[in-house]
Ligand binder design. Structure first.
Ligand SMILES: Cc1cc2nc3c(=O)[nH]c(=O)nc-3n(C[C@H](O)[C@H](O)[C@H](O)COP(=O)(O)OP(=O)(O)OC[C@H]3O[C@@H](n4cnc5c(N)ncnc54)[C@H](O)[C@@H]3O)c2cc1C
Length: 429
């Protein structure tokens, strides 16, 4: 008789703590006497595919993901549990697993973009009993007082609803569940792939970002210990500086730490050290992330068309020469060039810099905003489909911006945020 397994499909949640999908999978496995199988798939379609001639997966994101998976595997193994890794798409890996085991239920994160939704549908079409869990959101779907179709059209409206209506608050973070043992992987494991990516040298950055739950918690604790949260609102728009903003984005995007954990730690911090506008503001930014997650689901494929979710006509082109100048940091606008070079070398740039380079691509280079979004997808260490495509659509005026798009005066911004040119000198030398 084939052994019975319950699968936790690891998508963008590389952690053990505060992981409702893992919690549900392990509870079910224990209750029916099945074995638990955490399964991570490398999704070759993303690695092989290009959009606008650009790779979908970039070196910085890939290194961070490889580190996160290795760290997850080590953490699972310390709990007596394994991690299966497949070089195939999830549905293929599950069908392969079905040859050796009886797959009872598959638990996975609720799909965020169109591709993830289609992948979930493919799994269901192959008759797998599957459940989606809102693993990486602040709020449960059933807490929200609207259906996706009625999602408030702007961030401000969304924030007012979730902040004002009683009963909407992030659940307290869950601790690591007791994990039942798992089966050995029934196919050769692509560990060499992980090793090769992990062995890439990390870029020189102000904040060392290494994938994995332990390094996420260590980084966040150091940020709190430094007291940086108490002046976050005053410094978050800076272009550089290791504690100016939280630098949590890569760990959040790869699910090494949960937004609920950060939220809860901020409340503890406020209790201990005192609350102010800055301590609130990091929660405010987490609400932006939250808004884009629901927005991406509500808009589905329309988020990726040139006219965006608003279906607004745009007079743009995809001129190669202007795009190469922008992407290589050779536009002649020094603040944009510095930021693009930082992105290319490190995989990261501040929120302010992202807004400025996006404004340049859309309103000065007059290019299709999707070229910028695709380029960010291929370079960012913290790429996440909802935050990236949502922010680009917002600035391009085809998304949820009530003002119909954001045009920045780049000279004024450079004078304001880099008055002594430290940032520009650093990246343009
Ligand atoms: C054009 C553009 C593309 C972007 N693409 C991404 C992306 O692919 N992945 C990504 O994580 N963020 C993206 N952002 C949002 C934001 O720029 C980064 O999250 C932030 O700069 C990361 O630095 P931090 O962690 O120090 O941020 P902090 O200022 O410390 O904020 C804390 C956290 O709040 C969330 N957050 C903050 N601002 C935003 C925002 N505007 N939208 C959504 N979430 C936010 C992030 O998870 C961030 O880590 C994009 C912004 C723009 C303008």
């Amino acid at each position: 008789m084939k052994p019975e397994i319950v699968v936790w499909l690891v998508r963008d949640t590389c952690r053990l703590s505060d992981n409702p999908a893992l919690g549900r999978a392990s509870t079910l496995a224990k209750s029916i006497g099945a074995q638990l199988v955490p399964l991570a798939c490398l999704e070759p379609r993303r690695w092989a595919n290009q959009q606008f001639g650009l790779p979908r997966v970039g070196e910085h994101w890939a290194r961070f993901r490889a580190e996160s998976l290795q760290s997850l595997r080590d953490d699972l193994s310390a709990q007596g549990c394994g991690l299966w890794i497949s070089a195939e798409e999830p549905v293929r890996a599950l069908m392969r697993a079905r040859q050796a085991c009886q797959v009872c239920t598959v638990f996975g994160d609720a799909p965020l973009g169109t591709e993830e939704r289609l992948e979930t549908e493919r799994i269901q079409a192959e008759d797998f009993q599957s459940e989606v869990v809102y693993t990486d959101e602040l709020f449960r779907f059933d807490q929200l007082p609207f259906d996706l179709i009625d999602l408030p059209a702007t961030f401000s409206k969304f924030r007012k609803v979730v902040e004002k209506k009683p009963g909407i608050f992030p659940d307290p973070p869950q601790s690591i569940p007791e994990l039942p043992p798992s089966l050995p992987q029934p196919w050769p494991d692509p560990s060499e792939w992980i090793e090769a990516l992990r062995n890439q040298t990390s870029p020189e950055t102000e904040v060392q970002t290494i994938g994995g739950e332990a390094s996420a918690l260590e980084h966040w604790q150091a940020y709190l210990d430094a007291g940086a949260l108490s002046h976050y609102k005053l410094t978050r728009n800076s272009l550089c500086g290791p504690t100016r903003s939280s630098h949590l984005s890569a760990w959040l995007a790869h699910g090494c730490i949960s937004a609920r954990q950060i939220w809860s730690d901020i409340l503890d911090y406020e209790h201990r050290e005192g609350a102010n506008e800055s301590t609130y503001w990091l929660r405010f930014e987490l609400l932006w992330r939250e808004f884009f997650r629901w927005y991406s689901r509500a808009c589905d494929w329309t988020l990726f068309r040139v006219s965006g979710p608003n279906d607004k006509d745009a007079d743009v082109d995809q001129n190669r020469r202007r795009f190469v100048a922008w992407s290589t940091g050779n536009t002649g606008c020094d603040i944009v060039d510095a930021a693009m070079r930082e992105l290319n070398q490190t995989g990261w740039m501040s929120n302010r810099a992202r807004q400025l380079v996006a404004s340049h691509l859309i309103y000065e280079s007059n290019l299709d905003w999707r070229l910028g979004a695709a380029y960010f997808e291929s370079r960012l260490v913290d790429f996440d489909v909802a935050s990236n495509w949502g922010n680009w659509a917002y600035i391009a005026g085809v998304g949820p911006d009530p003002r119909g798009g954001r045009i920045f005066n780049l000279n004024d911004q450079a004078d304001r945020y880099d008055p002594d040119k430290t940032y520009r000198r650093r990246w343009l030398q």
